[in-house]
Design a protein around this ligand. Structure first.
Ligand SMILES: [Zn+2]
Length: 104
């Protein structure tokens, strides 16, 4: 079963072969969570319990390269998996999209 990115107007599917990574909402960080909900156009008063049940995901298209940090060297490296920084908030436009526009 495939999940779809919850970001408005994004229809990226979470599949095994997708080059994107999918991130859960920062449910433990209230301040950051609010910023995410605003960006995702979800009611900021939605109870965390409801959000947890919904288990929304946001695809990596809405983050910049700078929003990621590489996995801890001591741990086993996971090639596809970069960790989102604790301050990262999804943006309206994909950076890949922006890059395409710049190329044109
Ligand atoms: Zn997306």
């Amino acid at each position: 079963m495939g999940r779809i990115c919850v970001f408005p107007n994004c229809s990226s599917k979470m599949t095994r072969w997708t080059p994107r990574s999918f991130h859960r909402l920062p449910l433990r960080n209230q301040d950051l969570l609010k910023l995410w909900l605003v960006a995702l156009k979800i009611d900021v008063n939605t109870p965390v319990r409801t959000l947890r049940l919904a288990d929304h995901r946001v695809c990596s298209d809405h983050f910049d390269r700078d929003d990621y940090c590489q996995s801890n060297r001591k741990r086993r490296p996971t090639p596809k998996h970069f960790f989102l920084k604790k301050t990262a908030v999804p943006r309206r436009q994909s950076f890949l999209l922006k890059r395409k526009i710049l190329v044109i």
